[in-house]
Design a protein around this ligand. Sequence first.
Ligand code: EPZ
Length: 439
Amino acid sequence: MASVLEVRGGKPLTGEIFVRGAKNLVPKAMVAALLTEETSTLRGVPQIRDVEVVSELLQMHGVDVDYQQEEGELTITPGSLTLPDPIQVDALAGSSRIPILFCGPLLHRLGEAFVPDLGGCHIGDRPVDFHLKVLEDFGAVRTSTPHGMHITAPKGLRGKPVRLPFPSVGATEQTLLTAVMAKGFTELSNAAMEPEIMDLIAVLQKMGAIISVDMDRTIRVEGVDKLHAYRHTALPDRIEAGSWASAALATHGDIFIRGAAQKDMTTFLNYFRKIGGAFDVQDDGIRFWHPGGELQAAVLETDVHPGLMTDWQQPLVVALTQATGLSIVHETVYENRFGFTDALRGMGANIQVYRECLGGLRCRFGRQNFYHSAIIQGPTKLKAADIVVPDLRGGFSHLIAALAAEGTSHVAGIDIINRGYEHFMQKLSKLGADVTMQS
Ligand code: EPZ
């Protein structure tokens, strides 16, 4: 039975917590280690489910993985690789999209790879067509099997010009992990440029890859024959930092987030300030607090980097329920990322979702049946409710709403939050939240 968290809301969250390595970099750096037989070391690794899943996947492929949780240090030794039983991978990978990123490294090391049907949060269809097209462009051949896809590269992998239809983070990572040891040059245009992508490029460069990045979203890779081990400290998790900052705003709190980095959070900090939040950037973290008085409604549009990251949208929407006036949010990265607002309406929030593009950005979802814009009227007093967590970021947003609401809420399926928020129960307690984990 999924755990239920009892939340006695209405108390400001105050105190200090720390964030470690980014959930959306660490698993990719772990996969990159497959590109060499040598032992790589990754530091700042958080104890989250996504890291555990990828560790188990690596071990299924014959890789030695050792994780020192206290120090946050992970050592990965991909000596002799083997392809695991597809059924085993399928059973484990149901909760992750990372397995598809194993393709490039396994094709280079073993000449074949297996990709199960993928999991991950249900925030839209989340196809992998861009990934498969990239692999085919490099010369990979795939055949469907009952549990997923078997992929080979009969003529090897050869670099070529690749253009993404959309600056997809995953497809950019797919291209990088394949191009670094493909024959010849690869020129990737319309690439994602998120900080996590740049950190993966730093990891690959440490391994011996030759990669350059132009400001016009073009990434150029010159394939090399051999790569070596890396030692790397992962960049801090800007999404976790933004989530807790939004919690400080929604609960009238004051949280110092040790490890938060201003350079990765520029657009979030701008919106946080426009809504009326206060923040102070220090050498070792950022303090976020509600300065008192009214919060102001805002117009938000999510976008690929350097725009407002889509994963910040959901926590900010909860803060906007406490802002005076009408806020508008246009979600342009995922077509179905407002499902979590159902529960907020049940708590008294005044939120209406629309199929129209309510923003200035060109969006792929206009004139279709996707409710990807929202208007939030605030402030509304949130009432406690019994909630079931829908996905990782929506789940954390429900937690914020329960913490802000007067009364006692019960949040079921809270385990999902372990996927991306390290030790969130300890952090809640440290911040003075009045919560109890039930069975
Ligand atoms: C990564 O997902 C992150 N996950 C997401 O964070 C993040 O929201 C997203 O990038 C955007 O920044 C990880 O890194 C593990 P995409 P990813 O490929 O790579 C469409 C979280 O909670 N698309 O950039 O899967 C896709 O449907 C998660 O931490 C295709 O159409 O995202 C979406 O509309 C949520 N075909 C858009 O592109 C493809 O083959 C962006 O997806 C691939 C993507």
